[in-house]
Ligand binder design. Sequence first.
Ligand code: FE2
Length: 563
Amino acid sequence: MNILGINYTFHDSTACVVQDGQLTVALEEERLTRQKHTKAFPVHALTRCLDIAGLTTQQIDHVAVSIQPGLDWTKQLVYGLKRGMRLNPFSLLKQRALRAWFEETFTAAPRPKLHFVPHHLSHAVGSFLVSPYESAALLSVDGSGEWATTFKGVGRANTYECFGQDYFPMSLGSVYEAATEFCGFRRNYEEGKTMGLAPLGDPENFGEAVSKIFWVKDDMSLGVDLSYFGYPTYRKQACGNKFYATFGQPRKPGPEAGFEQHHLDVAAAFQKHLEDCLLSIARKLHEHTREDYLVFSGGIALNSVANGRLVRESGFKDLYVIPAAGDNGTAIGAAFYVHNQILSNPRTYVHDDPYMGTEYPDPVIRKILEECKLEHQALPEGALETKAAELLQRGYILGWFQGRMEIGPRALGNRSILANPTLPGMKDKINAEVKHREAFRPFAPSCPLEDTPKFFEQNVADPFMLKVCKVRPEQRAVLPAITHVDGTARLQTVHPDTNPRYYRLLKAFEKLSGVPVLLNTSFNVMGEPIVESPIDAIHCFFSTGLDYLVLGDHLLGKRPLQE
Ligand SMILES: [Fe+2]
């Protein structure tokens, strides 16, 4: 039984393959076309997924798409007519691209069955079906799907119940996008920057004003004062005049523009109130379901600071967020919805391994290095990790390219830039010399799961870097390059079963430095997708201030390797 999963709706187009109930490959289109967050139909990702899975198109039984064109169309129609708005033909045009691909690809009978899975079922139920929990409360929150912006419910075995949904323009995602736009970042793409900026501001300065703009009602539904915004009528600006009258002039877009205090305070107030609203919904869900665990999904589930508070304060013991919690993950969710819900198969898969993408075996890497005439040193297992740890200890910045690429926006030790987190100037150095991005942006740490309690106030695993926690006060001076201004860090816990080489590197670094923690940031430069291939990695290596590059078993430097 082979299912192709597809997300191509709003952004982060993605394809995946589920074979006999197991996810075998998942790949974002942006990595192959180098167009970050692309919403193009993922034809390249689909082709590579089939190739990696070893399948021909004749072997595909089902195609699952994470949107249902026409769903909630009446709601959209009434909303549009009331406001005299041009209707959004988006989903109809998009459906045409899908149909064309389907006709071209599956020319011979029997053709696979095509399923359209509602967007929030792909988020919420799809995430639950690949979660480690037999039963859990479900919450998804994003800008909007077909028209819904949230899903609240419960999952048990392979069934679910929906308690309620909110619909556009009642949207936490859209409200947070407006704050992102106000701070000079690209809305719908750079909400992580708003989250990173928030600790620099005072959430109280605009706290009361923001709490009157959006809120959670007793029945868990959302309220938004739409008079502050332009997004409800698809205006170019997500913020409206009342927003500017309340909070001041927005920051000019671009990394060069400076921040005024009110920009920082807006980021802080919207972040804090978003967290409070999510906590309010989660606590009500906990009370209502009495479940121990929460499965959280949708673009807002990438807000790792909010997730950290949900772990600590919601009443749930832990939460599961799939590594591609945004729309990229809906390709996986839709495929499992078909497998477990529509085809009624029992659940047999847990998505605990994020390394589901492309891989380049050693002979391929060696051939590329030889063709590029690049001096390199091949090192056996063990020696490679020791040598890399030595270089990191000496303060060099490494590109680290290993095994299968991660699915989702976080580099988790296979397409990573690594550095020594104990050096005070390291954050500014990487921001300025390698990533070419805003100086305020923090970097994340990786740490073996068993060493976590010594350095971090985190008592749950976080292999996907999605739950921000406190660095222990006594360790903050030890780890200055990964400790944010508010004493927090977006920790990745590393386990030897899922990433043995990265685990060995952390342990080798501990032998030299006494600290089993590395600074881990995604292997890319600002504005580009994470590197996918050895050629992408080599290009990034030579166009930035990276000192060394480890490509599989091979070490490359910009200075003599014997040094
Ligand atoms: Fe979504």
